[in-house]
Design a protein around this ligand. Structure first.
Ligand code: DGL
Length: 276
């Protein structure tokens, strides 16, 4: 099936998932929407985040996607069941894949989740990890609200980033876990600083790779993989096009990426509401 896969995030963070999709699913077309105009989702209420997520999914439905990846931890935590209920195409989030990957590498099932305030408050990772480990795992979670602004400002590879990471993580005792989940799409961009801060015995998990394995499995399960050549990748932002384009060019191996501004309500209105 030639239709594109939709990918959504509150901003540029979900591009870490797109980067893996480009490499691991070379035939699949992608439409990405970053909701930069309303980023960050992390400090917002679950109800607000859920309504934004439904709106993004609805716009993508009108643009003709065959499946949806919610490449945002905060949106997955707040809205995955609601969105899955509302639309007919298959939908996956990033929390289950990240939890699975952490349990695969952890030797003592002691895991720390780094995420936004919304993700940590939702306890969605705690529930997923406990369910998958039959209640054995010990899960701590730390909200790192200062990480997203550094990444959004493109300052992830600076001495200030190193300082903020060290200061935020200093409240953790690294003897109490052996695995850390980067439970926010933006944190893989700070992976080097996080890696350098923790002792080498701590494994770092980014859910992007595991999420793309789930995308692949889902495409096969529904028989909707694309077998033809000539895939397309399009990026939309609800915010400022030029800033978004710079980050796409910086992060992704794509020459001359197609980046446009999108008005979600205009797309939805022009095609009429078709929620289930
Ligand atoms: N994309 C969000 C996440 O993965 C982080 C940015 C935000 O707070 O909106 O949780």
């Amino acid at each position: 099936m030639k239709a594109p896969i939709g990918v959504i995030d509150s901003g540029v963070g979900g591009l870490t998932v797109v980067r893996e999709m480009i490499e691991r699913l070379p035939k699949e077309s992608i439409i990405y929407i970053g909701d930069d105009a309303r980023c960050p989702y992390g400090p917002k209420s679950p109800e607000e985040v859920a309504s934004y997520t439904v709106e993004l999914a609805e716009a993508l439905q009108h643009l003709g996607i065959k499946m949806l990846v919610i490449a945002c931890n905060t949106a997955t935590a707040a809205a995955l069941p609601i969105v899955s209920e509302a639309f007919d195409f298959p939908i996956i989030g990033v929390i289950e894949p990240g939890s699975r990957a952490a349990l695969q590498v952890s030797k003592n099932e002691k895991i720390v989740v780094l995420g936004t305030i919304g993700t940590v408050k939702s306890e969605a990772y705690n529930r997923a990890i406990l369910r998958r480990s039959d209640g054995r795992a010990e899960v701590q979670a730390l909200a790192c609200p200062n990480f997203v602004p550094i990444v959004e400002a493109g300052e992830y590879d600076t001495p200030q980033a190193k300082e903020v990471v060290a200061e935020t993580l200093s409240v953790l005792d690294s003897d109490t876990f052996d695995t850390a989940i980067l439970g926010c799409t933006h944190y893989p961009l700070l992976e080097k600083q996080i890696r350098d801060y923790f002792p080498p015995s701590v494994e770092i998990i980014s859910s992007a790779v595991e999420t793309v394995k789930d995308v692949d499995r889902t495409l096969r399960a529904f028989g909707i993989q694309n077998k033809e050549s000539g895939r397309t990748i399009r990026f939309y932002t609800t915010g400022e096009r030029s800033e978004f384009k710079e980050i796409v060019e910086d992060w992704l191996p794509i020459e001359r990426p197609v980046v446009e501004h999108i008005n979600l309500q205009a797309v939805i209105r022009s095609k009429g509401r078709t929620l289930r």
